[in-house]
Design a protein around this ligand. Sequence first.
Ligand SMILES: [Zn+2]
Length: 258
Amino acid sequence: MYLSKVKSGIKEFNSVLGLVKSYLPESLCYLCQQPASSPVCEICEQDCLFFNTPVVPYNLLHWPPIEKGVVSGSYKSLFACGYYQWPLDQLIKQFKSGHPQLTNTLADWFVRYALPPGTCLPDCILPVPTSRWRFARRRYHQTQLLANAIARQLSLPVYPDWATRSSFQRKQQSLGRQARLNNLNQAYTIQRRCLPRHVAILDDVVTTGATAATLSTLLSQTYPGINIELWAIAVTPVQIDAGAMVSGEVRQRRLQSV
Ligand SMILES: [Zn+2]
């Protein structure tokens, strides 16, 4: 008797909870904190700043302010959504610090705003590896999550184990340019396995490009003649380059007219 009362009580509670949930918004927008059905609402996406492509070339290595600001390596192209400035920097910081629910939004933006329509896609995505120590601290590998989400949209395979990163490494900040590159060279190991001839290395943010330069050079030493692209959500600007940016609203209108 008592047990059946408890059971019916639980059933009633669950039905009320379901009713309450149906009236609540699924989530709040990460930027404006208004109710939204996705992590970033449509209005905020339209207000976000993205690269002004095709005025700014999709391959950002053809845009001098960026080409001069990144360490050159064996990668032949660089595709990204925008500069690492507000609000993209805010979203990426949150994504990396305990909010993996932003994965699909950032992946979706990369596919829509960073890649040229009808581009010849690489044969696979190679997420920049993280160290075990960082993985243990963060509890997820953010670049791999991004790679998986982008790969789902583009029907591409992801090779998460193509390279490894050592947990023990000298701090980059205290080192000069050449010492930094040597330090990174020692940090990464390419795991020899059969890779396709055309690949995309994916990182969340390209700051100096030193990581991509190191990994792409190691890759081309292991696989001579390999065609390497660099994909990222954002690029850190070396100097103010306001002319390179345009609102999401403008980018959406351009995409609709293609
Ligand atoms: Zn919003």
